[in-house]
Design a protein around this ligand. Sequence first.
Ligand SMILES: [Zn+2]
Length: 189
Amino acid sequence: MEWNRSETIGLASTKCVHCHGLGLREARGRMVPCACVFRSIFRACYARFRKCVEQEKRYSRVSLEYSPGGGRRVTWGMKNEEYIADFFLVSRRHLTPEEWRLFRYHFLLGADARLCVKKLNIDRGQFFHAVYRIEAKLGKVFRELQPYSLYPLDEYFHGRTENPWRSMDSEDTPPPAAGKRPAPVRKVA
Ligand SMILES: [Zn+2]
């Protein structure tokens, strides 16, 4: 995918010494996204993951999705559960076994730096370097993943619908007006 300044500038850290808040830096003669942009994407995805996990404890949400292409396909998606699974599986697939161990302890099980350095037998510097590297690596993967990226989150939760299943609605039923989502149906847990 092509990265441009309008995409990176809103995600970059204003304190970043590499890109000075622009989100792009030069590498081998061309402009590439700065790691601070990828870390920002990771953190947004991780915050959503934690929120989904919290919500899942209380209820399961079933949302009706309409095809943005104007088709009449409708799918029932348990978006929170799907997102939790995607976040977990994509992370596991793209991390090395060592990175995955740290990711599991720190990001999934909530172990802090003190516990992680003890459990993984590394020092604090190595721990924070690894966390930075994992955040940047996964942020890039989450944004560039094909055919559907995990980020932007709005698109993940409301914009994508490719499903071979035939419509559940009848041919006479018009799709909802653009920008209007059907009310979610809550299943009592
Ligand atoms: Zn930067």
